[in-house]
Design a protein around this ligand. Structure first.
Ligand SMILES: Cc1ncc(COP(=O)(O)O)c(C=O)c1O
Length: 473
């Protein structure tokens, strides 16, 4: 057995699980959802019934009935003497869903590759002999690429030297590396809620205790709460997405940027700004990046070509002061020795044409966003917010049943991620992230499925249940 989840951690991950009667089935469903999201990996030992009952303030018989239901659907096995353990989810591998399976996968908000990418890869391939003439590892990244990244920051009004840039295998790798260097076990870290879940995973693994700052599609960042949280908890770090925040699509106002920077500086925190979605403007228009009056060492920026060009490229970077870059270079070899040269050579060429790429992206995202907003009108009780950019709509449901809806939609062939996955404290079951990066006809089909699934969930008439292999039982 590889890992174990405590009753407290499971209760936090379950959040507002009690969405239908009987309670034991609602609890079992929520645990199924954690297994489907891979938040509960296979071979994780679940807490003893008595401990989970205490953490959730339930009777032990309710938890026992939930575990029995999970055993019946093949999600867990219970072994005498060693408790209950989650099982592998059968049939499908844990990678991307194959469209040939007939499923519509809206779990990732990942646009298709920029159309010019294949041709550019072929050009770089044709010059491969000069590329492979280099010997050895380069943990920091190719100088040509670091110069191109530095130039782009400088053009945005953030003067940058190539020595202040480290190239990574995607923004996720950058978040992980920065987290391992800045965070010690038990340190406080401020994050938006809702937020990008894999950043939360990386922060938690680095030992962070997270403090959530609400962001809403209507009101943006709760600056008062953030100021109090900075002053009260003196976090070592805060992780923010100032532009087209994932999942809400909101961008910080100039006031929010300056207030959060000032609060962070007063608390002595490092502000890590994830700008992965920062160039995905549809109809907001350019705004000053802010956070530019910071003392050296206060602000770290993370960037990526994952959304602007292609997620499969796996190319990102960190922009930080020279001291932190040196600490990152020292820590990096424990988990990887650099970014592939081929992808870096492609990235240098992409950045030379970046303005055109971003313009094309904007048109694609506009078409996707408008199509999704249109398709979701089949469910008039949902509130569909406007997103001026980004990759998804953070839709407000008229009841806190996002987890139940996601299970029901899955049994009807549409895969989505429920609101609580984006929460740091288990809330947000009233929200659903709907990406607008899929083809419009697929979205239209998905919206009709969602509409039927919502009717069933609202009526408390979920007739279907998904077993561990994804089959309807
Ligand atoms: C906000 C945010 N940060 C980071 C990432 C990961 O980016 P990359 O593919 O460059 O690792 C994503 C991808 O979904 C994201 O939405």
């Amino acid at each position: 057995m590889d890992s174990r989840i405590s009753a407290r951690a499971l209760a936090a991950a379950l959040g507002g699980w009690r969405t239908r009667e009987p309670a034991y089935e609602a609890l079992a469903d929520s645990i199924r959802l954690l297994c489907l999201d891979n938040r509960l990996a296979p071979r994780t030992a679940l807490p003893a019934e008595r401990e989970l009952a205490a953490a959730l303030q339930l009777s032990r018989s309710t938890v026992a009935a939930a575990y029995r239901s999970l055993r019946e659907t093949g999600h867990i096995a219970s072994l005498r003497g060693s408790g209950s353990v989650t099982l592998p989810l059968g049939r499908r591998d844990p990678g991307r869903v194959d469209p040939a399976d007939g499923m519509i996968d809206l779990q990732q908000a990942s646009p298709p590759a920029w159309p010019g990418l294949a041709g550019l890869m072929a050009d770089v391939g044709a010059a491969a002999s000069s590329l492979v003439s280099r010997v050895g590892y380069d943990v920091l990244g190719r100088i040509e690429l670091r110069e191109a990244i530095a130039r782009r920051y400088t053009e945005r009004g953030i003067p940058t030297d190539p020595a202040e840039v480290l190239v990574t295998t995607g923004a996720q790798s950058a978040i992980h590396l920065v987290s391992t260097v800045l965070i010690g076990r038990g340190d406080r870290v401020l994050v938006e809620t809702p937020t990008y879940p894999h950043a939360v995973d990386a922060l938690r693994r680095a030992g962070a205790r997270l403090v959530g700052i609400p962001v809403t599609t209507g009101d943006g960042w709760d600056v008062d709460r953030a100021e109090q949280a900075f002053a009260r908890t003196l976090p070592v770090m805060a992780y923010f997405m100032p532009d087209f925040q994932n999942p809400t699509g909101r961008s910080m106002t100039a006031h929010e940027r300056s207030a959060l920077l000032a609060a962070g500086e007063r608390a002595g925190s490092v502000l890590v700004l994830d700008e992965t979605t920062g160039d995905l403007d549809i109809d907001r228009g350019p705004v000053p990046p802010g956070f530019d009056t910071a003392e050296p060492g206060t602000v770290v920026r993370i960037g990526s070509l994952g959304k602007t060009v292609w997620g499969g490229l796996r190319l990102g970077w960190v922009r930080a002061d020279g001291d932190l870059i040196r600490r990152l270079v020292a820590a990096r070899p424990a988990h990887d020795l650099g970014t592939p040269e081929f992808e870096q050579a492609i990235a240098s060429r992409l950045l030379a044409r970046f303005d055109d790429i971003v313009t094309q992206r904007s048109e694609l995202l506009r078409a996707g966003r408008d199509a999704v907003a249109d398709a979701l009108r089949v469910i008039p009780s949902w509130r569909i917010p406007h997103a001026a950019g980004g990759v998804s709509l953070w839709v407000e449901l008229d009841a806190p049943l996002s987890s139940a809806l996601v299970l029901e939609a899955r049994s009807r062939g549409v895969l989505l991620t429920a609101g609580p996955r984006f929460s740091v404290d288990g809330g947000h079951d009233r929200h659903l992230r709907v990406p607008f990066t899929s083809p419009p006809d697929e979205m239209m089909r998905a919206a009709h499925v969602l509409s039927d699934a919502w009717d069933a969930v609202r009526a408390g008439a979920r007739s279907t249940m998904v077993d561990a292999a994804g089959a309807v039982v």
